[in-house]
Write a protein that binds this ligand. Sequence first.
Ligand SMILES: [Zn+2]
Length: 301
Amino acid sequence: MKEEPIIEQADSLALEKNKLNGERENELEKESLVEYLQEISGTESLSEQESILRSKLEAQLKALSYTTSVDGAGNLWGTPPDDDTANLQREIILCAHMDKVGAPRTAEVDGNKLVGRLDDALGISVILQVIKNGLRPSVLFTVEEEGGVEEIVDGKSKTMRRIASSGRYSNGARVASQNLSEQERKPRLLAVVEVTKKSKPGEGPVIYTSAGYGTPGKQEYFDVQKIKKIAKIINKKKYGAMYTEGRPNDSMIFATVPDMGVIAIEMPLLNMHTANEEGDYRDVEKTIRIVEDILNNADKI
Ligand SMILES: [Zn+2]
């Protein structure tokens, strides 16, 4: 057997050690995210009945040293602890909705496969995990995103659904947008972290930009330059992310806030709006990394 030179041996040992440390870190992150996911997916939160989940999330944010407040619609806002190094990250708001379409189902995990009521427990879990990882964005958890959406089971709509009394979707985002519009200093960017049926689990997150909508020169027209900057930050190949135009759901409402960028980063699901929603942890992990990349490049946005 040919002997390896000592130095190369040491190098390869160090590499192996780094790799194992990295794998261990990824495992710990997955454990932590799954803990958030199971808690949130298993908690009842039909549209207009988000209060139990909201209290839990308030406690989670406080445990991460965040200050919280609830607005007139019931949206939960979280502000990071005040320290100078975090100043730019706090100008980015990560947003996900608290309400579910039907009865809760605690997520089950089998390898990378995730099954349960994942919309939008996944989005909230990603946001909490990113904060736990040490990043310091502002946070907004909205109510009534699903208002007006029916749960479909076996081709028939199921009575478990909850139609918001307003009869329309994104009611919480409408109130939040009003609040944001009145702020003198607008956030640089609001990133909605959501789920989608536009792609298949394992194929990577879908990133919605808004260049296809609105009227140039009007306030609702998104700053295309800003989207280009974000696209540069997110390495498409590295994440296998897919870009598409448009503003789904809450992000469409937020796009009406003047002088604030909006994007949506969405994880693919099968069986959307059923209790058997199925996702892939690899998409979740990529979404965490994408959100972290955006926050770490807050100065470029
Ligand atoms: Zn959703």
